[in-house]
Design a protein around this ligand. Structure first.
Ligand code: FAD
Length: 267
Protein backbone atom coordinates (compact mmCIF):
# COMPACT_ATOMS: atom_id res chain seq x y z
CA UNK A 1 0.00 0.00 0.00
CA UNK A 2 1.42 3.39 -1.00
CA UNK A 3 1.72 6.07 1.71
CA UNK A 4 1.71 9.70 0.61
CA UNK A 5 2.91 12.62 2.73
CA UNK A 6 2.54 16.36 2.21
CA UNK A 7 4.98 18.08 4.61
CA UNK A 8 4.75 21.85 5.06
CA UNK A 9 8.19 22.46 6.55
CA UNK A 10 11.74 21.35 5.66
CA UNK A 11 12.06 19.82 9.13
CA UNK A 12 9.08 17.48 8.69
CA UNK A 13 10.06 16.77 5.06
CA UNK A 14 13.49 15.54 6.24
CA UNK A 15 12.03 13.40 9.04
CA UNK A 16 9.48 11.79 6.68
CA UNK A 17 12.12 11.26 4.00
CA UNK A 18 14.46 9.55 6.52
CA UNK A 19 11.65 7.32 7.75
CA UNK A 20 10.52 6.34 4.25
CA UNK A 21 14.07 5.59 3.08
CA UNK A 22 14.58 3.20 5.96
CA UNK A 23 11.36 1.43 4.95
CA UNK A 24 12.14 0.99 1.23
CA UNK A 25 11.49 2.89 -1.98
CA UNK A 26 10.71 6.63 -1.94
CA UNK A 27 9.31 8.81 -4.71
CA UNK A 28 9.63 12.60 -4.45
CA UNK A 29 7.06 14.80 -6.20
CA UNK A 30 6.83 18.54 -6.62
CA UNK A 31 3.81 19.60 -8.66
CA UNK A 32 3.78 16.25 -10.50
CA UNK A 33 3.67 17.99 -13.89
CA UNK A 34 6.39 15.79 -15.40
CA UNK A 35 5.31 12.51 -13.83
CA UNK A 36 3.52 9.49 -15.22
CA UNK A 37 2.31 7.41 -12.29
CA UNK A 38 1.49 3.73 -12.75
CA UNK A 39 -2.12 2.55 -12.74
CA UNK A 40 -0.97 -0.11 -10.25
CA UNK A 41 0.23 2.45 -7.70
CA UNK A 42 3.69 2.55 -6.17
CA UNK A 43 5.27 0.03 -3.90
CA UNK A 44 6.85 2.55 -1.50
CA UNK A 45 6.36 5.94 0.11
CA UNK A 46 5.57 9.16 -1.73
CA UNK A 47 6.57 12.56 -0.44
CA UNK A 48 4.92 15.46 -2.22
CA UNK A 49 6.39 18.90 -1.52
CA UNK A 50 3.72 21.08 -3.09
CA UNK A 51 2.53 22.35 0.31
CA UNK A 52 6.03 23.32 1.42
CA UNK A 53 5.91 26.87 0.07
CA UNK A 54 7.36 30.23 0.93
CA UNK A 55 9.58 33.01 -0.33
CA UNK A 56 12.16 34.83 1.79
CA UNK A 57 13.94 37.95 0.50
CA UNK A 58 17.73 37.75 0.99
CA UNK A 59 18.74 40.99 -0.69
CA UNK A 60 17.27 43.40 -3.24
CA UNK A 61 17.79 40.87 -6.03
CA UNK A 62 18.04 37.49 -4.27
CA UNK A 63 15.36 35.30 -2.74
CA UNK A 64 15.18 31.93 -1.03
CA UNK A 65 12.23 29.72 -2.01
CA UNK A 66 11.01 26.59 -0.30
CA UNK A 67 11.05 23.76 -2.83
CA UNK A 68 7.27 23.46 -3.21
CA UNK A 69 6.78 27.11 -4.19
CA UNK A 70 5.09 27.48 -7.55
CA UNK A 71 7.17 29.05 -10.28
CA UNK A 72 4.11 31.18 -11.14
CA UNK A 73 4.05 32.56 -7.57
CA UNK A 74 7.76 33.42 -7.80
CA UNK A 75 7.15 35.30 -11.06
CA UNK A 76 4.29 37.23 -9.46
CA UNK A 77 6.46 38.03 -6.40
CA UNK A 78 9.28 39.30 -8.63
CA UNK A 79 6.95 41.44 -10.73
CA UNK A 80 5.67 43.23 -7.60
CA UNK A 81 9.21 44.06 -6.53
CA UNK A 82 10.49 45.09 -9.97
CA UNK A 83 13.01 42.28 -10.26
CA UNK A 84 13.07 39.97 -13.25
CA UNK A 85 15.04 37.81 -15.64
CA UNK A 86 13.12 34.54 -15.13
CA UNK A 87 10.14 35.35 -17.36
CA UNK A 88 11.13 32.49 -19.70
CA UNK A 89 9.58 30.18 -17.05
CA UNK A 90 6.16 31.70 -17.72
CA UNK A 91 3.56 28.93 -18.17
CA UNK A 92 5.72 26.02 -16.94
CA UNK A 93 3.56 24.36 -14.25
CA UNK A 94 6.49 23.54 -11.97
CA UNK A 95 7.42 23.84 -8.33
CA UNK A 96 10.82 25.47 -7.97
CA UNK A 97 12.27 22.23 -6.54
CA UNK A 98 11.05 20.24 -9.54
CA UNK A 99 12.27 22.93 -11.92
CA UNK A 100 15.74 22.89 -10.33
CA UNK A 101 15.87 19.10 -10.41
CA UNK A 102 14.95 18.97 -14.12
CA UNK A 103 16.71 22.21 -15.02
CA UNK A 104 13.46 23.22 -16.68
CA UNK A 105 13.34 25.94 -19.28
CA UNK A 106 12.64 26.98 -22.82
CA UNK A 107 14.97 27.16 -25.82
CA UNK A 108 18.36 28.37 -24.68
CA UNK A 109 16.96 29.56 -21.34
CA UNK A 110 16.89 27.36 -18.26
CA UNK A 111 16.31 27.85 -14.55
CA UNK A 112 20.03 27.23 -13.88
CA UNK A 113 20.66 30.80 -15.11
CA UNK A 114 18.83 32.19 -12.07
CA UNK A 115 19.92 29.61 -9.51
CA UNK A 116 22.55 30.55 -6.95
CA UNK A 117 22.32 27.14 -5.29
CA UNK A 118 20.02 24.52 -3.77
CA UNK A 119 19.76 23.09 -0.28
CA UNK A 120 19.53 19.30 -0.26
CA UNK A 121 18.87 16.54 2.20
CA UNK A 122 19.69 12.87 1.63
CA UNK A 123 22.80 11.38 0.07
CA UNK A 124 24.11 14.93 0.09
CA UNK A 125 23.27 17.21 3.00
CA UNK A 126 23.74 20.94 2.65
CA UNK A 127 24.05 23.71 0.09
CA UNK A 128 25.03 22.86 -3.49
CA UNK A 129 26.22 25.93 -5.35
CA UNK A 130 25.16 26.34 -8.99
CA UNK A 131 28.61 25.16 -10.15
CA UNK A 132 28.23 21.97 -8.11
CA UNK A 133 24.77 21.31 -9.55
CA UNK A 134 26.29 20.44 -12.95
CA UNK A 135 23.27 21.69 -14.81
CA UNK A 136 22.76 20.35 -18.32
CA UNK A 137 19.81 19.99 -20.64
CA UNK A 138 16.96 18.78 -18.36
CA UNK A 139 19.56 17.41 -15.98
CA UNK A 140 21.29 18.25 -12.70
CA UNK A 141 23.48 16.55 -10.09
CA UNK A 142 20.30 16.07 -8.05
CA UNK A 143 19.09 13.54 -10.68
CA UNK A 144 22.14 11.38 -9.93
CA UNK A 145 21.85 11.26 -6.14
CA UNK A 146 18.96 10.37 -3.88
CA UNK A 147 17.97 13.62 -2.27
CA UNK A 148 15.23 16.02 -1.38
CA UNK A 149 15.66 19.57 -2.62
CA UNK A 150 14.48 21.64 0.34
CA UNK A 151 14.98 25.15 -0.98
CA UNK A 152 16.36 27.04 -3.94
CA UNK A 153 18.19 30.36 -3.86
CA UNK A 154 17.52 32.53 -6.91
CA UNK A 155 19.09 35.69 -8.30
CA UNK A 156 17.35 38.29 -10.47
CA UNK A 157 18.13 41.66 -11.99
CA UNK A 158 16.41 44.98 -11.35
CA UNK A 159 13.85 45.46 -14.12
CA UNK A 160 11.25 48.06 -14.95
CA UNK A 161 7.57 47.12 -15.18
CA UNK A 162 7.72 47.58 -18.93
CA UNK A 163 10.71 45.26 -19.32
CA UNK A 164 9.03 42.56 -17.25
CA UNK A 165 5.77 42.94 -19.18
CA UNK A 166 7.50 42.78 -22.55
CA UNK A 167 9.55 39.72 -21.66
CA UNK A 168 6.49 37.98 -20.19
CA UNK A 169 4.47 38.71 -23.36
CA UNK A 170 7.31 37.38 -25.51
CA UNK A 171 7.42 34.02 -23.68
CA UNK A 172 3.64 33.85 -23.38
CA UNK A 173 3.44 34.18 -27.17
CA UNK A 174 5.98 31.42 -27.68
CA UNK A 175 3.69 29.04 -25.75
CA UNK A 176 0.52 29.85 -27.67
CA UNK A 177 1.03 26.96 -30.11
CA UNK A 178 1.32 24.36 -27.32
CA UNK A 179 -1.52 21.84 -27.07
CA UNK A 180 -4.15 22.22 -24.37
CA UNK A 181 -5.34 19.27 -22.27
CA UNK A 182 -3.81 16.88 -19.75
CA UNK A 183 -0.19 16.07 -20.56
CA UNK A 184 3.30 15.95 -19.06
CA UNK A 185 4.54 18.58 -21.49
CA UNK A 186 7.22 17.21 -23.80
CA UNK A 187 7.48 13.45 -23.44
CA UNK A 188 10.95 13.14 -24.97
CA UNK A 189 14.09 15.24 -24.69
CA UNK A 190 15.49 16.89 -27.78
CA UNK A 191 18.91 15.76 -28.96
CA UNK A 192 21.89 17.92 -29.87
CA UNK A 193 20.96 17.84 -33.54
CA UNK A 194 17.32 16.81 -33.62
CA UNK A 195 13.96 17.87 -32.29
CA UNK A 196 12.04 14.91 -30.84
CA UNK A 197 8.72 16.44 -31.95
CA UNK A 198 9.93 16.81 -35.55
CA UNK A 199 11.12 13.19 -35.74
CA UNK A 200 7.83 11.91 -34.27
CA UNK A 201 5.93 14.03 -36.78
CA UNK A 202 8.05 12.82 -39.74
CA UNK A 203 7.57 9.22 -38.57
CA UNK A 204 3.82 9.75 -39.01
CA UNK A 205 2.74 9.38 -35.39
CA UNK A 206 0.69 12.56 -35.00
CA UNK A 207 -2.82 11.57 -33.99
CA UNK A 208 -1.85 7.99 -33.01
CA UNK A 209 -4.34 6.95 -30.37
CA UNK A 210 -4.71 4.33 -27.66
CA UNK A 211 -7.86 4.47 -25.53
CA UNK A 212 -8.30 8.09 -24.51
CA UNK A 213 -4.66 9.03 -25.04
CA UNK A 214 -3.23 10.36 -28.29
CA UNK A 215 -0.15 11.96 -29.82
CA UNK A 216 -1.04 15.62 -30.26
CA UNK A 217 -1.69 16.88 -33.79
CA UNK A 218 -0.40 20.30 -32.72
CA UNK A 219 2.93 19.22 -31.25
CA UNK A 220 4.06 15.62 -31.75
CA UNK A 221 6.17 15.55 -28.56
CA UNK A 222 3.00 15.96 -26.47
CA UNK A 223 0.73 13.05 -25.56
CA UNK A 224 -2.67 14.20 -24.38
CA UNK A 225 -4.54 11.89 -22.02
CA UNK A 226 -8.26 12.57 -21.87
CA UNK A 227 -8.77 9.51 -19.70
CA UNK A 228 -7.06 8.27 -16.58
CA UNK A 229 -5.11 5.28 -17.86
CA UNK A 230 -1.33 5.75 -17.60
CA UNK A 231 -0.69 2.48 -19.48
CA UNK A 232 -2.28 4.01 -22.60
CA UNK A 233 0.29 6.82 -22.48
CA UNK A 234 3.14 4.35 -21.89
CA UNK A 235 1.95 2.27 -24.86
CA UNK A 236 2.13 5.33 -27.14
CA UNK A 237 5.56 6.26 -25.76
CA UNK A 238 6.89 2.77 -26.55
CA UNK A 239 5.40 2.67 -30.06
CA UNK A 240 6.77 6.13 -30.88
CA UNK A 241 10.21 5.23 -29.51
CA UNK A 242 10.39 2.04 -31.57
CA UNK A 243 9.11 3.75 -34.71
CA UNK A 244 11.60 6.62 -34.51
CA UNK A 245 14.46 4.18 -33.87
CA UNK A 246 13.46 2.00 -36.83
CA UNK A 247 12.92 4.89 -39.23
CA UNK A 248 15.75 7.25 -38.28
CA UNK A 249 18.11 5.22 -36.09
CA UNK A 250 17.56 7.72 -33.25
CA UNK A 251 16.94 6.46 -29.72
CA UNK A 252 14.63 8.93 -27.98
CA UNK A 253 15.01 9.48 -24.24
CA UNK A 254 12.08 10.29 -22.00
CA UNK A 255 11.89 13.63 -20.23
CA UNK A 256 8.80 12.36 -18.43
CA UNK A 257 9.54 10.58 -15.13
CA UNK A 258 7.88 7.25 -14.30
CA UNK A 259 6.66 6.34 -10.84
CA UNK A 260 5.75 2.70 -10.23
CA UNK A 261 5.79 -0.31 -12.55
CA UNK A 262 4.98 -0.11 -16.27
CA UNK A 263 4.88 -2.74 -19.00
CA UNK A 264 7.36 -2.41 -21.81
CA UNK A 265 5.13 -2.66 -24.88
CA UNK A 266 8.17 -3.22 -27.11
CA UNK A 267 9.59 -5.92 -24.91
C1 FAD B 1 1.58 21.68 -19.95
C2 FAD B 1 3.02 21.45 -19.57
C3 FAD B 1 4.00 22.26 -20.14
C4 FAD B 1 5.34 22.06 -19.79
N1 FAD B 1 6.29 22.88 -20.35
C5 FAD B 1 7.60 22.71 -20.01
C6 FAD B 1 8.60 23.57 -20.56
O1 FAD B 1 8.33 24.47 -21.36
N2 FAD B 1 9.89 23.38 -20.17
C7 FAD B 1 10.24 22.40 -19.27
O2 FAD B 1 11.44 22.27 -18.95
N3 FAD B 1 9.31 21.58 -18.74
C8 FAD B 1 8.02 21.71 -19.08
N4 FAD B 1 7.06 20.89 -18.54
C9 FAD B 1 7.47 19.79 -17.65
C10 FAD B 1 7.49 20.12 -16.15
O3 FAD B 1 6.60 21.17 -15.84
C11 FAD B 1 8.89 20.48 -15.67
O4 FAD B 1 9.80 19.41 -15.86
C12 FAD B 1 8.92 20.89 -14.19
O5 FAD B 1 10.22 21.33 -13.88
C13 FAD B 1 8.54 19.76 -13.24
O6 FAD B 1 8.32 20.37 -11.97
P1 FAD B 1 7.37 19.67 -10.91
O7 FAD B 1 7.42 20.45 -9.65
O8 FAD B 1 6.03 19.43 -11.49
O9 FAD B 1 8.17 18.31 -10.71
P2 FAD B 1 7.57 16.82 -10.72
O10 FAD B 1 6.92 16.56 -12.06
O11 FAD B 1 6.77 16.59 -9.50
O12 FAD B 1 8.92 15.99 -10.62
C14 FAD B 1 9.83 15.96 -11.68
C15 FAD B 1 11.13 15.30 -11.17
O13 FAD B 1 11.71 16.14 -10.19
C16 FAD B 1 11.87 15.43 -8.95
N5 FAD B 1 11.58 16.40 -7.89
C17 FAD B 1 10.56 17.29 -7.86
N6 FAD B 1 10.66 18.06 -6.76
C18 FAD B 1 11.74 17.63 -6.09
C19 FAD B 1 12.37 18.02 -4.86
N7 FAD B 1 11.91 19.03 -4.12
N8 FAD B 1 13.48 17.33 -4.46
C20 FAD B 1 13.98 16.32 -5.21
N9 FAD B 1 13.44 15.92 -6.37
C21 FAD B 1 12.34 16.56 -6.80
C22 FAD B 1 10.87 14.28 -9.02
O14 FAD B 1 11.31 13.18 -8.22
C23 FAD B 1 10.89 13.95 -10.50
O15 FAD B 1 11.99 13.10 -10.80
C24 FAD B 1 5.71 21.05 -18.87
C25 FAD B 1 4.70 20.26 -18.29
C26 FAD B 1 3.38 20.45 -18.64
C27 FAD B 1 2.32 19.58 -18.00
Amino acid sequence: MCECYFPRTPYSACRIYEKLRKGGKVAVIGNGSDILASDYGFDGGVICLKRMRGILPISETEILCLAGTNVADILAYCKKRSIGGMEYMYGIPASIGGAAYMNAGVGQYSISQNIVGVKCFGDFNGFLSREKCNFGYRHSTMCDINCLILSVKLRFCKSSDIEIRERTEYFKNKRRHLPKGKSCGCVFKNGENYSAGELIDRAGFKGLRRGNAYVSEKHADFIINEGDCAADVKYLIDIVKRGVLEQFGVRLHEEVVYIGEFNDFNG
